[in-house]
Structure formats: structure tokens, C-alpha cells
Ligand binder design. Structure first.
Ligand SMILES: Cc1cc2nc3c(=O)[nH]c(=O)nc-3n(C[C@H](O)[C@H](O)[C@H](O)COP(=O)(O)OP(=O)(O)OC[C@H]3O[C@@H](n4cnc5c(N)ncnc54)[C@H](O)[C@@H]3O)c2cc1C
Length: 351
């Protein structure tokens, strides 16, 4: 079999890159080991323009957000599914300092931060003592549904298969893997990229996250709520996602009883409505030391590339950088220097 691009891994990175290459008129084959639990399958799929306790704009959000909106919308039309929910994020302030900071930030820049007109609106649902603010726009993308739909639309371009690096032959102008000849191989392996023999010198910093899936009848589903934890509506009515943790040290990828107990306790203090936990999942995010993605071709092996390091923000980063990488592959246009894997040329050529 002959294809332009062989892609290893179908998380949101492999999905978006194959989509972008397809749109550019290139052929591709994706090999994915079909693991039931992966970062993209556990994620809430939230795109939130303002993050952290200090309400700081996310990196490159002015470019990423409109690009993501357009790309997901094009995929929805092509695949005839609805994956994006247009929401806002209600931030409950933990103390008066946080509330004051939010107000100050609005006076500095009110693009995404807004006062919430009815401060008592959420009184029937939550305990909160310092008011709330609104971050807008914000989105939830059903990544699992999107990945399934893309694969179902192009079944001949996907194989359930665990890639074995020992079976790959790399030449400057192409690769051969089992029955497949490709111009290039692009690794989109998520946190498993840390062990990739061509890219293991990159500064990955894998990060574990856990989430509870709860049923809560009567809770409004037009908002993402945040007060230390995030609570986001899922596509199925009455179901919500609650998370998460950011652990750099962890024994394994399994869900822990500590997270479940702590989160249930928090929900009992925060939520005024009864809820039932229906699932508990954990996965490892492909985070990086500098919190910037790894995009581009290996400096010594031009037939080998990587699209990884999406960290905590795969939903917003993947559409933009997949498009940029595809344009680089097809037309030779540049990759944003902070994301271009070329910045690690020295370490990548040493190993
Ligand atoms: C609890 C939690 C909550 C999160 N919430 C959000 C959120 O709200 N918003 C957001 O933007 N991001 C969120 N993230 C982060 C987001 O999930 C990641 O940024 C993104 O999913 C990374 O996608 P990926 O495709 O790079 O990796 P993955 O999703 O890990 O996909 C990699 C794929 O490659 C496959 N693979 C690996 N090695 C091989 C091999 N040798 N052969 C074949 N297949 C292979 C894997 O099985 C997998 O299918 C969250 C993450 C977690 C854990």
C-alpha cells in the first residue's frame, strides 16, 4: 500500500492532522492501537480563553480560538454530527481578592471577561459566597464522538494496530512499514511519545489527570462551572464531567480512590443538588516542560515527524497546529517557532 503520510496514533492530534492532510489533497493511513482510555477520550474537550487564578489569556488564544471554531464547524458539516457546544464559563470566586482581581482585569481588557448580571442566579444550584464572573465564549467539544465519526467516514484510512518501531525502515525520502510505503511517518502518540526512539530526547513532562462523570438532574447545562474544580455538561442530558488533577508524579495511569473521595466531598460542599457518580476515569496528558507543543520534522531524518505535546489544551491547539503542520509538509511554509520541533535540533541530533 502506498500513501503520502503514515500517522501513528488517533487522539485529537492524529485526527486533526489527518483531517488537515486530507483537506490538502494528500493520502494518509492512521495506525491506532485502539486503547479504550486515552487522554483525548477522558478529556472534557473544553476551550477556555482565560485560565488560572489570575485570569490570564491562554497562549495564542486570538489565533487558536477562531481557527478551532471554524475547523470543528467544518468537520461537523462534513461528518454530519454535532460535537461543539457553545457555552460560557461561570467562575465562582473563592475570596474577595479573586473577585477584585477579576474586576480589575475587566477594566484592563474585557474581550473574554464579563461581570455576570444576576449574581444570585446560581443560588439554587451552588453554594458560593463571593459572587461569580463570566468568561465568554467557551466551548465543549465531544472529542470522542468526533474521533469516532472521522474514522467511520474514512474506514479505509484507519487500522487497529500497535505500531512496532523495529519494523520501520527510514530513508531520507520515505519510510517502509510492513506493507506500507509512505513519504513520511508522523508520530501522534500522546504521552507514549516519551518513549519514541526518534523523539525521546524532547522535554516531555507527562501529567496525569482524573475525572468523575456524574448524573445531576436539574443542573443548568448552558454553562461550564469552575470553583477549584471544573464542572462541564456532557452531550447526554443530566450528565456532567468533573475534574481534574495535574499530577507530575504518579505510580500508574489508574483512577485513585483519593481523587474520588476528595472530589465527591467537594461536590457535596459546592452543589446544592443531589448527584450520583456514574464513572471515574484517569489518563496521562502529553504535557511538555515549556508548555508548548512539538510540531515538525526530525532535523536528521526528514521522513520522520512529530505532532505532540498538546498538554492540557489539545482541543484548542490541535486544529491550528495540524493545519500549520500540513501546510509546512505540503508547501514548506513555516511553523510557529515556539512550537517548531526545530528548536530542539541540538538535542535531537545528539541522540
Ligand atoms: C482528565 C483530563 C482532562 C482534560 N481536559 C481537557 C480539556 O478540557 N480541554 C483540552 O483542550 N484538553 C484537555 N485535556 C488534555 C487533552 O486530552 C490532550 O491535550 C489531548 O487529548 C492530547 O491528544 P493526543 O492526540 O496528543 O494524545 P492521545 O489522546 O493520548 O492520543 C494518542 C493516541 O495514540 C495511540 N498510540 C500511542 N502509541 C501508539 C502505538 N505505538 N501504536 C498505535 N497507537 C498508538 C494511543 O492509543 C492514542 O489513541 C485533558 C486531559 C485529561 C487527562
Amino acid at each position: 500500500m502506498q500513501v503520502d503520510y503514515l500517522i501513528i496514533g488517533q487522539g485529537i492530534a492524529g485526527t486533526m492532522l489527518s483531517w488537515a492532510l486530507h483537506r490538502a489533497g494528500k493520502s494518509f493511513l492512521v495506525l491506532d492501537e485502539a486503547a479504550p482510555i486515552t487522554s483525548s477520550r477522558v478529556a472534557a474537550g473544553i476551550i477556555n480563553p482565560v485560565t488560572g487564578r489570575r485570569f490570564v489569556r491562554s497562549w495564542m488564544i486570538e489565533e487558536l480560538l477562531p481557527f478551532a471554531r471554524t475547523t470543528y464547524s467544518e468537520m461537523e458539516t462534513f461528518l454530519q454530527v454535532q460535537v461543539v457546544r457553545h457555552l460560557d464559563m461561570i467562575r465562582f470566586f473563592p475570596n474577595s481578592e479573586s473577585r477584585d482581581l477579576f474586576v480589575t482585569r475587566i477594566t484592563e481588557d474585557d474581550t473574554y471577561l464579563h461581570t455576570y448580571p444576576d449574581q444570585n442566579h446560581f443560588n439554587n444550584f451552588f453554594n458560593y459566597h463571593y459572587g461569580c464572573g463570566q468568561v465568554r465564549p467557551a466551548f465543549c467539544v465531544d472529542l470522542q464522538l468526533l474521533m469516532q465519526a472521522w474514522r467511520a467516514a474514512m474506514p479505509q484510512h484507519f487500522r487497529d494496530h500497535r505500531f512496532n518501531p523495529e519494523a520501520l525502515t527510514v530513508q531520507p525520502d520515505g519510510v517502509r512499514y510492513e506493507d506500507i510505503d509512505a513519504q513520511k511517518i508522523i508520530f501522534c502518540e500522546g504521552h507514549q511519545g516519551e518513549a519514541n526512539k526518534w523523539f525521546r530526547a524532547l522535554p516531555f513532562s507527562a501529567n496525569k489527570g482524573e475525572a468523575l462523570f456524574i448524573e445531576c438532574a436539574g443542573l443548568e447545562d448552558k454553562h461550564i462551572f469552575k470553583q477549584s474544580h471544573l464542572l462541564a455538561p456532557l452531550a447526554q442530558k443530566g450528565l456532567f464531567w468533573v475534574g481534574s488533577t495535574y499530577q507530575n508524579r504518579f505510580a500508574d495511569a489508574a483512577p485513585t480512590p483519593e481523587f474520588r473521595q476528595r472530589t465527591e466531598q467537594h461536590l457535596r460542599d459546592w452543589l446544592k443538588l443531589p448527584f450520583t457518580v456514574v464513572d471515574h476515569k484517569a489518563a496521562i496528558r502529553p504535557a511538555t516542560v515549556e508548555r508548548r507543543p512539538f510540531v515538525g520534522l526530525h532535523p536528521q531524518h526528514p521522513a520522520v515527524g512529530i505532532f505532540n505535546g498538546l498538554g492540557t489544551k489539545g482541543t484548542s491547539l490541535a486544529p491550528y497546529f495540524a493545519h500549520q503542520f500540513a501546510a509546512h509538509l505540503v508547501h514548506g511554509t513555516p511553523i510557529t517557532p515556539e512550537a517548531d520541533v526545530k528548536r530542539f535540533e541540538r538535542v535531537l541530533t545528539k541522540f
